[in-house]
Design a binder for this molecule. Structure first.
Ligand code: GDP
Length: 141
């Protein structure tokens, strides 16, 4: 079992896609260890996307991510980090494989509906940024 951090971004929540996206992950078989609807502060967005600091799209990305509520979750499953990213599709929806979440629901790299951790290090760092230990189940219920 591996844990990963997944977020439905503000465009996904605003467009009413929360239930559809959650259903894809849950029907696939991942177990939910934590789930919450929240607003992201600028500070949290900066820390989450620290690797992109200094890039041209950094400020627009922060404005987008803090512009509306998100749904943050921790999912567990076999190879969850890589398989969630496969299910999400490429960062640019135009390059995402048919059937992936970004292919089905997004049209722009700036508003691509979902986030999923890219590596085990990122997953644990992002889980700790968004959830207090007491907010997470220790294992699948
Ligand atoms: P991800 O792991 O697939 O989300 O991709 P990255 O970590 O590379 O980028 C983080 C987020 O920044 C992406 O999901 C996009 O929303 C945004 N992003 C990435 N590359 C670009 C870009 O070239 N231009 C813009 N405007 N946004 C980008």
């Amino acid at each position: 079992m591996e844990r990963t951090f997944v977020m439905i971004k503000p465009d996904g929540v605003r467009r009413g896609l929360t239930a559809d996206i959650l259903a894809i992950f849950l029907r696939k078989g991942y177990r939910l260890l934590g789930l919450k609807l929240m607003r992201i502060s600028r500070e949290l967005a900066e820390r989450h996307y620290a690797e992109h600091q200094g890039k041209a799209f950094f400020e627009p990305l922060l404005a987008f991510m803090t512009g509306g509520p998100v749904v943050a979750m921790v999912l567990a499953g076999t190879d969850a980090i890589a398989t969630v990213r496969t299910l999400m599709g490429a960062t640019d929806p135009a390059k995402a494989q048919p059937g992936t979440i970004r292919s089905m629901f997004a049209t722009a790299v700036t508003e691509n509906v979902v986030h999923g951790s890219a590596s085990p290090e990122d997953a644990e760092r992002e889980i700790a940024l968004f959830f207090a230990p007491g907010e997470l189940l220790a294992g699948p219920a």
